[in-house]
Write a protein that binds this ligand. Structure first.
Ligand code: ATP
Ligand code: LTN
Length: 330
């Protein structure tokens, strides 16, 4: 019996190279050995305000990206979260065993509520990690491939699974995160202290998978570097260049030590120009496939339909069991 993997991306914009390296690239490899559920988590996207028309476009963009990077709908279940209402139903059930203090500690909530202040932040944004726990536990997933920023949410999922099992009897498997060593956290090209993010207001620090070759080259050539010269991997002291080396490694498959050797006597200009070549070479076919699917929405929607038909019965069976364990129903 294969173990189950679950992961998701929010349709808050077109995905960027951080999503690709930190998450999607890993997902593709996992399809061989695991039973994989890859979800477009639109219920999560609405925890911050979204324009309805844009949200639907972004949902298609994420679905197109999943397919373009190599997620195979014959091997994996590729589906839309809001199609399967059991996600939000289980989130409610889990909320009844979640403590306010546990959610107040979440750093993503602290970051995202900074703009408005916590008193004005939405309850959905606050409760969001419980919905994420529901996503994972609904399919008995044991492995969750994510970037490092999601570690705290996975810890909460583990805690809730254990707490539920203690109160109501064995119901959930306790999942484990899968985080890779390099690239788990790709930083902004403009500020190596900030993670690259879809919702960053400055678009010049984020390499989107649909950026043109020209944009990619411009953004890389203008990326900030460190105050000391030299191309070496040292995230502590040279965060900007180390971030670029990490991207180079994931785009080319070349080991970090070999990249350092190749550029040991070269300057930032040469290195960045070569990095732009490598990124463009890797991303061009992906961008073309994304655009193909965006121009063939019917094909895209049929694939999401097939995913729904595979995910729904699993989710429905699990939620019945969970409700039964809690004494809900007649
Ligand atoms: P938003 O800016 O809307 O919060 P995001 O860019 O952080 O979005 P998500 O949809 O939250 O992207 O994340 C999708 C996946 O990509 C998650 O597994 C997350 O851990 C990973 N990820 C996001 N940003 C990075 C990054 N900068 N480096 C590595 N992985 C990342
Ligand atoms: N919270 C995640 C996205 C997400 C997810 C999930 C990831 C929602 N549900 C379940 C893994 C498993 C994020 O912000 N990146």
């Amino acid at each position: 019996m294969k173990e189950t993997v679950f992961s998701g991306v929010k349709p808050t914009s077109v995905p960027h190279i951080g999503n690709y390296i930190g998450a999607l690239q890993q997902w593709v490899k996992l399809q061989q050995d695991y039973n994989c559920y890859y979800c477009i988590v639109d219920d999560h996207a609405i925890t911050v305000p979204q324009n309805p028309k844009q949200l639907r476009e972004q949902t298609h963009a994420i679905a197109a990206t999943y397919l373009a990077v190599g997620i195979d709908p014959k091997k994996s279940v590729l589906f839309l979260q809001s199609d399967v209402a059991q996600h939000t139903e289980l989130a409610w059930l889990l909320m009844t065993i979640t403590k306010m203090g546990e959610l107040s500690r979440m750093t993503q909530f602290k970051d995202k509520s900074q703009k408005t202040g916590s008193q004005s932040a939405g309850v959905g944004l606050y409760a969001y990690p419980v919905l994420m726990a529901a996503d994972i536990l609904l399919y008995d997933a044991t492995k969750v491939p994510v970037g490092e920023d999601q570690m705290q949410h996975i810890e909460l999922t583990r805690l809730l699974a254990r707490r539920f099992n203690e109160r109501f009897g064995q119901t959930f498997d306790v999942p484990q995160p899968m985080i890779q060593k390099v690239g788990a956290r790709i930083m902004s090209l403009k500020d190596p202290k900030k993670k690259m993010s879809k919702s960053d207001e400055s678009k010049s620090g984020t390499l989107f998978l649909t950026d043109s070759d020209d944009d990619i080259r411009k953004k890389i050539m203008r990326a900030v570097t460190d105050s000391t010269a030299g191309i070496s991997y040292d995230p502590e002291n040279k965060p900007a260049v180390s971030n670029l080396i990490g991207i180079y490694h994931h785009m080319s498959g070349i080991e970090i030590a070999d990249i350092e050797k190749e550029f040991s006597d070269k300057g930032y200009g040469d290195f960045k120009s070569s990095l732009a070549d490598v990124v463009i070479h890797h991303l061009t076919p992906i961008r073309e496939k994304i655009l193909y699917y965006l121009n063939n929405k019917q094909e895209l929607n049929e694939i999401l339909d097939q995913g729904f038909h595979k995910a729904y019965p699993v989710a429905e069976k699990k939620i019945r069991f969970v409700k039964d364990q809690m004494g809900l129903g007649r």
